[in-house]
Design a protein around this ligand. Structure first.
Ligand SMILES: Cc1cc2nc3c(=O)[nH]c(=O)nc-3n(C[C@H](O)[C@H](O)[C@H](O)COP(=O)(O)OP(=O)(O)OC[C@H]3O[C@@H](n4cnc5c(N)ncnc54)[C@H](O)[C@@H]3O)c2cc1C
Length: 439
């Protein structure tokens, strides 16, 4: 009897899972293993919202594995050390794991390699559609601009989508632990796990996506981001399912998945971009903790910004258009260091992802890959355009619910009892332009 280990990381699913597929092909028996690394918690990355979602994901994965004759083994500790222990207990010859893109994932892989040598098999088309580093422009190790990346991405052949295993034989007697999430949670978190992810995909209307994805009140985007972050759904399978729908909705949705791949390949090549400016603009950020805290609390005086921040607190998720304008308000209008905003997002987002969060923040701050780094999103124009009736703001800022239509975006004109704008509407670009030396 040969045994292999499928080490789950950000691929918490049975469907289209190259790691599980390969582990099963390599041996008679497979130990499905997840190791909770305390280093993630020590680094402050294990936000309560994500831990609670992760606990759901692991419970759902375990239940699905039990239905096919197996189960999930969960251990806590340094991943290479724990995997070595499980390998010794189970007599496993090989270990299979998905390639990651963060500095943390690189280190984990190095340690696993040091323990297992060529018995470690790393599968690179697991987390993204096109593996990071697979496509590169001439003379560079990654794409720094999305449009040419997207063109090359569309031309790149995708691997075949794999079915979920129908049976899986797992050795007995390998003990595990359970995950007990602690800490304050956002009250309206989505349920985690592959089953919830597949339900969500089946019920969601991709055909309308191109038309409605920027409409804040419609709330009609897929909301699949947390499931993609934890790998409850494979991005490759999603692309292939979406493209069965012929039309602009599917095309627009697939383009967003290419953005996800794009940020992943940037981070894989430049792991320090998680903390350091991808393009240094010699910023001398304004410092004001009172303003930063008003932004976090959703009390900036700009209801559209406040609505986004309150949605984040309540759901651990925020609409993309709201992420853009709340981030733009912090990094450009208040001209506070983007890292302050990125850290707050990561402390709450259930889809909080080093590649997608840090690089989108840098995109907005103009220190990342945006080809127009000095544009400033005006929150009032954004509100008029993407929440023209004010319904999104009234949903999240109930103290302004009495203001009809778009009046809700400018409470100072209607004598409403609401915080005064942190920065005057006619001064929304001033600090940034001065700070960047544009004036
Ligand atoms: C400041 C800022 C921070 C962000 N932080 C994160 C984050 O931590 N985690 C995260 O997954 N996304 C992040 N995004 C990207 C985007 O806002 C979310 O992916 C999206 O809102 C999730 O909702 P959805 O699943 O309904 O997306 P949909 O519109 O349905 O898009 C489908 C999928 O495409 C991917 N996607 C969409 N837009 C982007 C994008 N701009 N960059 C990368 N991938 C994208 C996501 O995986 C998403 O689930 C951030 C954007 C900004 C502006």
């Amino acid at each position: 009897m040969t045994v292999s280990i499928a080490l789950f990381t950000q691929d918490l699913r049975l469907h289209d899972n190259p790691v599980l597929h390969a582990a099963r092909a390599a041996a008679d028996r497979v130990v499905p293993l997840f190791v909770l690394d305390p280093a993630v918690e020590d680094a402050g990355f294990a936000a309560p919202n994500r831990l609670a979602f992760l606990a759901d994901c692991l419970a759902d994965l375990d239940a699905s594995l039990r239905r096919i004759g197996s189960r999930l083994v969960v251990r806590r500790g340094e991943p290479a050390e724990q995997t070595a222990r499980v390998a010794a207990e189970a007599g496993a010859a090989t270990v299979h794991v998905a390639a990651g893109v963060s500095a943390f994932a690189h280190r984990r892989e190095e340690r696993l390699r040091a323990v297992f040598g060529d018995r470690l098999h790393v599968h690179d088309a697991s987390l993204t559609v096109v593996p990071a580093g697979r496509i590169t422009p001439a003379g560079r190790d990654h794409y720094a601009v999305f449009t040419p990346y997207h063109r090359a991405w569309q031309r790149t052949p995708r691997r075949t989508v794999l079915g979920a295993p129908r049976t899986l034989d797992t050795p007995d007697g390998i003990g595990g632990e359970s995950l007990q999430p602690t800490g304050p949670l956002s009250p309206a978190l989505p349920p985690g796990g592959e089953s919830a992810a597949r339900r969500r995909w089946r019920r969601w209307d991709v055909d309308a996506y191109a038309r409605v994805h920027d409409d804040l009140a419609a709330d009609a985007t897929s909301r699949l981001s947390p499931y993609l972050h934890f790998g409850c759904l494979s991005a490759t399978e999603l692309v292939s399912r979406a493209l069965r729908h012929d039309g602009e909705g599917a095309q627009a949705f697939v383009r967003q998945l290419a953005w996800r791949d794009f940020h992943h390949q940037v981070l894989a090549a430049r792991p320090d971009a998680a903390h350091r400016d991808y393009r240094d603009r010699d910023d001398h950020w304004h410092r004001d903790e009172r303003e930063a805290e008003a932004w976090r609390q959703g009390r900036t005086g700009y209801p559209i910004v406040d609505a986004g921040m309150r949605q984040l607190a309540e759901e651990g998720w925020m609409h993309n258009r709201a992420r853009l304008l709340t981030a733009g308000f912090l990094a450009k209008s208040l001209y506070l260091d983007w890292r302050i905003g990125a850290a707050h997002f990561l402390s709450l987002l259930v889809d909080g992802d080093v590649a997608d969060n840090q690089l989108n923040w840098q995109w907005v701050a103009g220190t990342g890959t945006d080809t127009r780094p000095n544009r400033v999103l005006n929150p009032l124009r954004q509100a008029d355009r993407y929440d023209p009736d004010g319904a999104y703001v009234r949903r999240w800022v109930p103290e302004l619910a009495h203001l009809p239509g778009p009046a809700v975006h400018r409470p100072w004109l209607h004598g409403a009892d609401y915080p005064a704008p942190l920065i005057a509407p006619d001064a929304l670009t001033e600090r940034f332009r001065r700070g960047r030396g544009l004036d």
